[in-house]
Design a protein around this ligand. Structure first.
Ligand code: SAM
Ligand code: F3S
Length: 451
């Protein structure tokens, strides 16, 4: 009998990637099929995030909600993975004794063994160790129907920004060997994948072993090697760190057209004082200099960022400096968050006397301005013809197709009136004329059903 798996993912793209890998590993070892209905499932997994407090709290309320399912179906197994699991470990089972397995971001490949041990012993299983890169060696090949796929090239982070839990929950930066990454990309291309997104907490810190580990190659080398593969038509990466934007990497924008005209380069703040307190390792001037160089190499590039508002001690003047940087750079679609103190991080010890209402008002002002800028970029795209990779049908209307432009904008458009021809466009590039801006997405008309 087919067993069913339900996974709920919290947080970042890296977690979405990890959830896909959990599904792959359980499909390969236990023949499990995914369901989107928890009440149908035999195994329920929560892939958690602890970057901000809200996401963390949500896990325990969601766990409480699936508890009655276990009473109705005693064989149901419940697992907690991801960064909350990594931080809390055994404490999760103490707080929620109906949890069967707890595993970290680096031990998800051991899920079949953990579930098996739970069934055999009747005892909850906890494994939140960091066995370095072992995870990638034990994962089955990915299967994907859409033309776009993610490939993780490194794990963890060694930057230790004072506000961030990632180095503690995911461990230090570890890069996958060059040949392993290339093999994954080649397998995906053989399945018809045309767009690859390289994934990691700091992809541009990549230092991959080559030739049996005697030499190391950098991220610029890896990008060029992947772009040189026949079948790879578009290349993206996320997330990157300003400190690792080398001249060699900037040059890739000048000589590698397959690399998209979109760079997500988190800056967090436009104040040197706050950047230093965050231990980001660069100044505002250095950040602007990188952007200037990237734009010289690729004039039409869209720059996006993450911002933290209300870091301890952020003054009105510091915040104005962030607003000034936003004007100077002209950011496109960006993410911004209120600072959330994370237990165990150095910033959590800092005195913070800015009232919540002041921080919330600053965040709103920043978000409103970014939305305006984002809208200006979208308006400038009106009437242009964009190369769109069709990723599937549109979320709101199954008659419509949805895909992404080079600068990462979602476009919805009518495919062919013939549903079979329309479906055949999924996973292919088409040309779409942009006709309308609708909040965070675009609408368009099919001009050419290309490759
Ligand atoms: N590697 C990226 C970089 O260069 O900054 C960051 C990855 S982090 C997982 C994603 C984003 O979460 C950060 O850029 C930051 O804006 C936000 N973040 C991390 N810790 C936070 C905290 N304690 N409070 C609010 N936002 C936080
Ligand atoms: Fe976090 Fe800073 Fe690394 S934001 S993921 S410690 S670069």
């Amino acid at each position: 009998m087919l067993t069913k798996l339900y996974i709920k993912t919290y947080g970042c793209q890296m977690n979405e990637y990890d959830s896909d890998k959990m599904a792959d590993v359980l499909r390969a070892c236990e023949g499990m099929e995914q369901t989107d209905k928890p009440e149908e499932a035999d195994v329920i997994l929560f892939n958690t995030c602890s970057i901000r407090e809200k996401a963390e709290e949500k896990v325990f309320s969601d766990l409480g909600r699936v508890r009655p399912l276990k009473q109705a179906k005693p064989g149901l197994l419940i697992g907690v993975g991801g960064c909350v699991a990594s931080q809390e470990g055994e404490a999760i089972v103490k707080r929620a004794p109906y949890v069967d397995v707890v595993f970290g971001p680096q031990t998800l490949h051991r899920l079949p063994q953990l579930l098996q041990a739970r069934r055999e012993t009747g005892l909850p299983q906890v494994d939140i160790s960091f066995p370095e890169i072992e995870k990638f060696d034990h994962l089955p090949s990915a299967e994907t129907a859409s033309g776009a796929a993610f490939v993780a090239i490194m794990e963890g982070c060694s930057k230790y920004c004072t506000f961030c839990v990632v180095p503690y929950t995911r461990g230090e930066e570890v890069s996958r060997p060059f040949a392993d990454v290339m093999r994954d990309v080649e397998e995906l291309v053989a399945q018809g994948v045309k767009e690859i997104t390289l994934l990691g907490q700091n992809v541009n810190a990549y230092r991959g072993a080559i030739d049996d580990g005697d030499d190391i190659v950098d991220f610029a080398f890896l990008l060029q090697a992947i772009a040189a593969l026949d079948g790879v038509e578009r290349l993206r990466y996320t997330t990157s760190h300003p400190k690792e934007m080398t001249r060699r990497l900037i040059d890739v924008y000048a000589n590698t057209p397959k690399l998209v005209s979109h760079l997500h380069l988190p800056v967090q703040s436009g104040s040197d004082r706050v950047l230093a307190a965050m231990k980001r390792g660069h100044t505002v001037l250095e950040y602007k200099s990188i952007i200037r160089q990237v734009r010289a190499a690729r004039p039409d590039i869209s720059i996006t960022s993450d911002f933290i508002v209300g870091f301890p001690g952020e003054t009105e003047q510091d915040f104005e400096a962030t607003m000034k940087l936003i004007e100077e750079v002209g950011f496109d679609v960006s993410f911004s968050y209120l600072y959330s103190p994370r237990p165990g991080t150095p910033a959590a010890e800092l005195h913070d006397d800015t009232p919540h209402e002041v921080k919330a008002a600053r965040l709103k002002r920043l978000q409103d301005r970014i939305t305006e800028l984002e809208n200006e970029v979208a308006q400038a795209m009106l009437g242009t013809v964009q190369r769109v990779l069709v990723e599937g049908t549109s979320k709101k209307d199954a008659q419509e197709l949805a895909g992404r432009t080079d600068n990462n904008r979602v476009v919805n458009f009518r495919g062919s009136p013939d549903i079979t021809r329309s479906q055949a466009m999924i996973g292919r590039f088409v040309e779409v004329k942009i006709t309308e801006v609708v909040r965070h997405t675009l609408r368009g008309e099919l001009v050419l059903s290309a490759s």
